[in-house]
Design a binder for this molecule. Sequence first.
Ligand code: SF4
Length: 441
Amino acid sequence: MANETIALISLGCSKNLVNSEQMLCLLDDAGFSVVPEADGADAVIVNTCGFIDAAKSEAIDVILEMGALKAAGRLGKLIVAGCLPERYRAEIRTELPEVDALVGVGSFAEIVSVLRETLDGGCPERFGDRCAPVDEVGRFLTTGPGWAYLKIAEGCDNRCAFCAIPDIRGRYRSRPMENILAEAGALAQSGVRELIVVAQDITRYGTDLYHRRALAELCRKLSEIGGIEWIRLHYLYPDLFDDGLIDEIAGNDKIVKYLDIPIQHINDNILRSMNRRGTGTEIRALFRRLRDRVPGLVLRTSLIAGLPGEGPEEFEELCDFLREARIERAGVFPFSPEEGTPAAEMDDRCPPEEAQRRAELVMELQGEIMDAFQSAQIGKTLRVLCTGVDGAFRTGRSWADSPDIDGTVYFTGSCPPGEFCPVHITGLMDGELMGEEAVSC
Ligand code: SF4
């Protein structure tokens, strides 16, 4: 039985975190000791994101930091996994000699043999088929208490012109529904109350395996699992909403009335040149329809400022749309030309500093909308999932807050972490809701 100590650093998005948790589970099952710090460990696995420049820089900084620990004799081996080696395998080998082993996105399930070989002095590389059916592997939960991500598919077929993910992560593959339900049941048994359903695009769920859109059916079945009280949906592609899905979202009390629908832009020409399906008119109509059907709905979206073809007029159209749609939660990135993508080859590019300026303007505009939404919660009593204790306060999240990207509710009371309680909102501090545990909502 192995007894070496292994640390894992997970970078990037929630989908990558699920892969990290699967690797930790395999290592734990194989008898390795998972430790929180790389300093002093026999090996560290850095599970990387290579989606955009900022993510690549972060990954390289962490690799260099781990390399320095190794050089100082405070770390044994350095394994780099995930999107960065999938995209830059040769470059890592030549530019980052401190890296001992590489694991691509099709080979997470081989982590135990990679680690063994590395600890025994080898320099293995594993790059399995990125388009193979999803590996069904257990999880070593690093989130919670009370909540966990539930990944329902891998890869993406959408081919947005600015995005490298389909090339890195492979074609779209849904997980079989029975496997997802079994995993959700086990999570519920372990105390999970909120499932955060993720994939690059969850609206497409089932189209490959079952030749039909099956997200509504999956949500209905997830909501029948005892113990699951919130089902939060992330990354819904706007043009794949159908009546069945909207009915399910509106009528199923367990589906959190918070939808993350990345639209990227609203101008028709830009949407078309970015190979996004649907028009600005259709996006506006969808948002109106969702607001009509789902009272109290909180919308989240992602936007890109400075896409090729975005002049002052197109940018103003985006800002006008945001003023009118009053989307409660939004993230915005300046356009980053990713090598190998069609958008990186396009003319009519906005200078990077102008793209950055526009992204900041959008954040300013959205900041006002988000502040107004937060202020409107004062005086209400909200159902909150308690997620921990911070000094004199409990911390938690309401329906309007997804972990890591939205806010925290700070409140006084005695609710155990991992349980729900009503919280009367009494004020704001630095934009975060403050309150006290109440008797009922
Ligand atoms: S939907 Fe578009 S932006 Fe999202 S992962 Fe797929 S290709 Fe990338």
